[in-house]
Design a protein. Sequence first.
Length: 238
Amino acid sequence: MDPVQPEHASDFMPTVSEEYAERIRLWHERSYREGRSEGKPEQTFSYLGLTIVVPPEVMPVTPVSHLLGEAVLAQVREGNRVLDMGTGSGVNAVLAATRGAEVLAVDTNPRAVDAARANAARNSVGDRIEVRYSDVFSEVKGTFDLIVFDPPFRWFRPRDLLETAMTDEGYRAMTEFFRHARRHLSPQGKMLIFFGTSGDLGYLKNLMAENGFSADVVASDGLPRNGWKVEFLTFLVT
């Protein structure tokens, strides 16, 4: 199938078959129900040397989060300027700051913005991280040595704030991100992108190629569930 870059969510065309798309939808519904049913006021995670507190309606740390977190630690250098796009609880922004980077962390979820600020202070790097609302690059200026992006994997319409971390209707935000990322990269800038086969991985690869980026997998792992093994991958994108 030829890739299509949507101007609006309704223009998106999946690269996966209808059968595979239905499998993704079922996976998503199970994950969403489990996330909503936990009912915890907040969760606390010990993660890669950090203490991360995640309130309701913000994506928690998962068993595969380290695939991106460890790559952040490996790529960041002291003095780098880092953008954490869709920061969530701020975990990757905090990791980058512990390596001596100056970090801008952005999200559209107001609960995530508050959580990221609190976690930066909790881990003693609040002076290195600025957290603000931004719809993709709407409130982002300047260039960065590293951009970190853990986008929503699915292309469905989100039903609440928690689901905005999982779904991006028609991949509007992810498409806009790759169209405009180059202007926010320094001359030697790189990106770390986390994604998995519980989303339309083919669409992501098309976006990267069509916008002139090359990508190498620097970390991967699989998570079996209900007879289906989902692959999770961290891409280093240049």
